[in-house]
Design a protein around this ligand. Structure first.
Ligand code: SF4
Ligand code: SF4
Length: 279
């Protein structure tokens, strides 16, 4: 999911985003998930994150880390997603949910309604400009009607909302935005042009180097921009969470953020700001 930007407004520190599956049938044109799927399949044949592997990975993560169901695909394309949410919630993690509802069933929504998530954002389908509007059918509309009853839920549309949905969602709960992030230059430049690279030392405005992404094979990438697996910090099926930040890969990222030469995804990222020099 490409919207955890909205989670920036939520106070708190570290977040682990969960990519529950490789490949996303929603196929938004402002999302480079095909590049992610291509890169991921070259290193692993695990398509869906297995529930048992999710539990093994989570056992290594302190409960102070929020778990965000977002990542590089629609989370509910994995049929075990609701059970993963419940498991993380039962362990005491703060829960963040970002979904298009594609793949979700009414009974999933009932189960999610029973727990208090810190963030619940629905990325609603647009009028077909960037998304496949054929996904808007009777079942999808029934889910939208059900989801509006969840307290504190928010909706976002990138572009114009699909006309069949417009009348269901209360205007005050809907955020309208435009696709603005090139995902570190991974998005088709015809949709979002890449930025000019940042030179020298930089900072991430949201400290997203601590909002990492778990992949279906247990690998952990730097952040929600790293669809092309440019910085793999480690693997939670074998590494402790704290070790991810002690390994050479993360130290190198920190050095490069401080101005050392070498490839750094952040240089192409809209969330990177040049660091003011000391003199
Ligand atoms: S639903 Fe999310 S992950 Fe899937 S294509 Fe759209 S933005 Fe990308
Ligand atoms: S600046 Fe770096 S850490 Fe921050 S979101 Fe961009 S790529 Fe990720």
């Amino acid at each position: 999911m490409i919207l955890p930007e909205l989670g920036s407004a939520i106070p708190g520190g570290r977040v682990l985003e969960i990519t529950t599956t490789t490949g996303c049938i929603v196929g938004c044109s402002y999302c480079p998930q095909d590049k992610f799927a291509h890169r991921q399949r070259r290193v692993s044949h695990v398509k869906h994150l297995r529930l048992e592997d999710f539990k093994r990975c989570l056992a290594r993560v302190p409960t102070s880390v929020d778990i965000s169901f977002a990542g590089y695909s629609e989370p509910w394309l994995n049929p075990d997603c609701t059970e993963m949410v419940e498991h993380a919630y039962a362990r005491g993690h703060g829960i963040r949910i970002f979904t298009t509802l594609v793949g979700m069933k009414g009974r999933d929504l009932h189960r999610l309604q029973a727990l208090r998530s810190r963030v619940f954002v629905v990325h609603v389908l647009d009028d077909g400009a960037y998304m496949n509007s054929r996904l808007v059918g009777d079942k999808y509309l029934a889910l939208i009607r059900q989801v509006v009853d969840i307290a504190s839920i928010r909706f976002i549309v990138l572009g114009e909302i699909h006309p069949d949905i417009a009348g269901i969602i209360p205007a005050e709960a809907l955020v309208r935005a435009r696709p603005l992030s090139s995902r570190g230059g991974s998005v088709d430049p015809k949709v979002v042009e890449a930025r000019q690279p940042v030179v020298g030392a930089l900072t991430c405005v949201d400290g997203r180097q601590y909002r990492n992404v778990l992949l279906p094979n247990g690998d952990v990438t730097l952040c929600c921009m790293d669809f092309e697996r440019r910085h793999v910090l480690g693997n939670l099926l074998r590494d402790e969470y704290a070790d991810l930040f002690e390994k050479p890969v993360f130290s190198q990222i920190v050095d490069r953020m401080n101005g050392t030469d070498g490839f750094l995804l952040c240089r192409m990222c809209e969330y990177a700001h040049p660091k003011a020099s000391a003199c």
